[in-house]
Design a protein around this ligand. Structure first.
Ligand SMILES: C[S@@+](CC[C@H](N)C(=O)[O-])C[C@H]1O[C@@H](n2cnc3c(N)ncnc32)[C@H](O)[C@@H]1O
Length: 272
């Protein structure tokens, strides 16, 4: 898409967080305005691409853990992002091809790409339009319900998405409403940007997003912890990305993390 004309209804002049993230990950699904904004973020946070990759690695480890250790067989991934290597269904299907996944995003570009990628996996995987600010609508979506059975435990993934909600959106209440709608034994997987370290730089990076189609709200460790209200955080709790159950794949990255600020906290909880 890099140099193509944008699809109808898409304003390529306004930087878009999903496409900026795609640029951080080395993808091609972005326009000049996205790349320029991403480069401005990298001026204050040169670590942004490394953090994006480590965020994806956390997501993969969490999915593997939930399938292998917690018996989870269905995932609702809200704020899916543009498809990239190691998507939820790819990771889960390596262990059990019967795992069902619903991808949910409010960005039409994300939805179009996701649907194209998923052709051929219709029995287990769907992509639906939905907004985290309206959780009941997401879970009532008929296409989602064609693969997700809310009477069974489900993992809700809110990976690098809640910081796109403002405090006025009342994110803790939104997560609680999701929790109340799912079966006992369900899990929450969440990562979120924080200004707990190098707060000035974090704020400058976040300022770039104010010119984008969606702003970022930085939150403290306590505020991110509150999002897990009603969930029991599993070991090791709320930690920097590389510290969540590291495996061989991220051992080297973990050693190198000493040079990275803690701009993301992540965790996995099970519903009480
Ligand atoms: C930074 S990407 C994260 C992608 C993926 N979860 C990951 O961590 O690799 C954030 C995604 O959240 C989506 N998003 C932002 N606000 C949202 C909302 N209110 N409801 C649903 N999706 C949203 C964006 O469109 C984007 O695709």
């Amino acid at each position: 898409m890099a140099d193509d004309a944008p699809p109808p209804g898409i304003d390529a002049r306004v930087p878009n967080p999903a496409r900026m993230y795609n640029y951080f990950l080395g993808g091609k699904d972005n326009f000049a305005a996205d790349r320029e904004a991403a480069e401005r973020v990298m001026q204050v946070a040169p670590e942004a691409p490394a953090l994006a990759r480590r965020n994806r690695a956390f997501l993969r480890r969490a999915v593997r853990h939930l399938v292998a250790e917690a018996g989870i067989r269905q995932f609702v991934d809200i704020g899916t992002g543009l498809p990239t290597e190691g998507s939820v269904h790819e990771v889960a299907h390596e262990m059990d091809p019967g795992v069902r996944v619903a991808y949910v995003d409010n960005d039409p570009v994300v939805l179009a790409h996701s649907r194209a990628l998923l052709s051929g996996t219709a029995a287990t995987t769907v992509t639906v339009q939905g907004d985290l600010r309206r959780p009941e609508e997401i879970l009532a979506e008929p296409e989602l319900r064609s693969v997700i059975d809310l009477a069974e435990p489900v993992a809700i993934l809110l990976v690098a998405v809640v910081h796109f909600l403002s405090d006025d959106d009342k994110p803790t209440e939104l997560v609680a409403r999701l929790r109340e709608s799912v079966a006992p034994g369900s899990h929450l997987v969440l990562s979120h940007v924080t200004d707990e370290e190098r707060a000035g730089d974090a704020r400058e990076g976040a300022a770039v997003y104010r010119q984008a189609s969606s702003g970022i709200t930085l939150r403290s460790r306590e505020q991110i912890h509150e999002l897990f209200d009603g969930f029991q955080l599993i070991e090791p709790g709320l930690v920097p990305l590389d510290d969540w159950r590291p495996d061989d794949e991220n051992l080297l990255a973990r050693q190198a993390r000493r040079h990275l600020p803690t701009w993301f906290l992540c965790g996995v909880g099970h519903a009480l």
